[in-house]
Design a protein around this ligand. Structure first.
Ligand code: NAP
Length: 298
C-alpha cells in the first residue's frame, strides 16, 4: 500500500513544538513573536488564506497584525506601510498575501520588506542566499515539502527529482533547495518537450503547474514519490457543490507510487506551518534565543 504523506498531521506536530518554544522563550524576549499580514483588495481566496494564517498564529501564540487594504490605495501607500512595519520592534515577520491587484508591482513591494522579516522568503536578498546555499529565510511551500519528505526519511541526496513548474513562488526555490540537498534536479515548464518521458525517470516527482489533474499514472515511475502542490476548486455535478483537487489525478497514480501527498491535507498545511516557523526564527534571532528549531529550515 502507498504511504500517505500527511501534511495536516505533521503540521500539527510541528505546531506543538512551536507553541512550546514560544511559551518557553516568551519571558526572555519579553514579548511574543509578531506577524504582520498585508492583504490588498477583495480576492475571496486570499481572504480565506489570511484567516487561516491568523488562526494558526493564535493557536501557537504568535500575535498577528492583519492589514486589510482597499484596492484604492496606491503603491506608495503600501510601501510606506511596509517601511513602518520594517521599523516596528513588535513585528518579526511581514507577509504580503499574493496575488494582489494588477495595478501594484508585487515584486517591488516584496523588495521593500526587510530581508530579516521576509517570512515568505521571496525578496532578492533571500533568494540570492538560497542560490548561494547560505542561511536565510526560505520560502514556505518549498520548505514545507522538504520537511514532509524528511519526516518519512525519504532520501533526497542522489535521487532524480523532476519539478514541474518554474515560478518564483514554488518551482524555482524548490528546485534550488533540492539541489542544495544534493538531489539531481530537472526543472520543467510549459515549453518543456516530452514532459511524460522526463517525469517517468523521476524518483521524486513534484507537480506545481497549476493545472488540475495534469499528471496521471502514465507520467509516473513505479515506486516513485509524488508530491502534489496544485490546489484547484472544481464544480461537481451538484451545481451548489465544489471539491478540491490538485495537479495530480490521485486515484490513478496512488496504486503505482511508494508515497504521495493528498489534496487537501498534504502540502497546503505545511505552507502555513513554515510561515510560523520563519516568524519564530526571526524572533529567535532578534533575541538570541536557542536555535532548536533551525533543523526545520532547509
Ligand atoms: P504559476 O506561477 O502559474 O506557475 C506555474 C508553472 O507551471 C509555470 O512555470 C508554468 O510554465 C508551468 N506549467 C504550466 N502548465 C504546464 C504544463 N502543462 N506542463 C508543464 N509545466 C506547466 O503557479 P504557482 O504559483 O507556482 O502555483 C502552482 C500551483 O500550486 C497552483 O495550483 C497553486 O494554487 C498551487 N500552490 C499551492 C500552494 C500550497 O500551499 N499548497 C502554495 C503555492 C501554490 P511557464 O513558466 O512556462 O509558464
Amino acid at each position: 500500500m502507498s504511504l500517505k504523506l500527511d501534511g495536516k498531521k505533521l503540521s500539527l506536530e510541528i505546531e506543538e513544538k512551536l507553541k512550546n518554544y514560544i511559551s518557553f522563550n516568551e519571558r526572555m524576549a519579553k514579548r511574543r513573536p509578531g506577524l504582520a499580514v498585508i492583504r490588498i483588495g477583495e480576492d475571496p481566496a486570499s481572504g480565506v488564506y489570511v484567516k487561516n494564517k491568523e488562526k494558526a498564529c493564535s493557536r501557537i501564540g504568535i500575535k498577528s497584525y492583519i492589514y486589510n487594504l482597499k484596492d484604492t490605495v496606491d503603491q506608495k501607500e503600501v510601501e510606506q506601510l511596509i517601511n513602518k512595519l520594517n521599523l516596528d520592534k513588535n513585528i518579526d515577520g511581514i507577509l504580503l498575501q499574493l496575488p494582489i491587484p494588477n495595478k501594484f508591482h508585487d515584486q517591488r513591494l516584496i523588495s521593500n520588506i526587510n530581508p530579516s522579516k521576509d517570512v515568505d522568503g521571496l525578496n532578492e536578498h533571500n533568494i540570492g542566499k538560497l542560490v548561494k546555499n547560505e542561511d536565510a529565510m526560505r520560502s514556505c511551500t518549498p520548505a514545507g515539502i522538504i520537511n514532509l519528505l524528511r519526516s518519512q526519511n525519504i532520501r533526497i541526496e542522489g535521487k532524480k527529482i523532476v519539478v514541474i513548474g518554474r515560478s518564483l513562488l514554488v518551482g524555482k526555490p524548490l528546485s534550488l533547495m533540492l539541489l542544495n540537498l544534493n538531489g539531481t534536479v530537472t526543472m520543467t515548464h510549459s515549453k518543456t518537450k516530452n514532459l511524460i518521458d522526463i517525469c517517468k525517470e523521476a524518483d521524486i516527482l513534484i507537480a506545481a503547474a497549476g493545472k488540475p489533474n495534469l499528471i496521471n499514472s502514465s507520467f509516473v515511475k513505479e515506486g516513485a514519490v509524488i508530491i502534489d502542490v496544485g490546489i484547484h476548486r472544481l464544480k461537481t455535478d451538484d451545481e451548489n457543490k465544489t471539491r478540491l483537487c490538485g495537479d495530480v489525478l490521485l486515484e490513478d497514480v496512488i496504486p503505482k507510487v511508494f508515497a504521495y501527498t493528498p489534496v487537501p491535507g498534504g502540502v497546503g498545511p505545511m505552507t502555513v506551518t513554515m510561515l510560523l516557523v520563519n516568524t519564530i526564527i526571526s524572533w529567535q534571532k532578534q533575541f538570541g534565543l536557542s536555535s532548536t528549531l533551525n533543523d526545520l529550515v532547509p
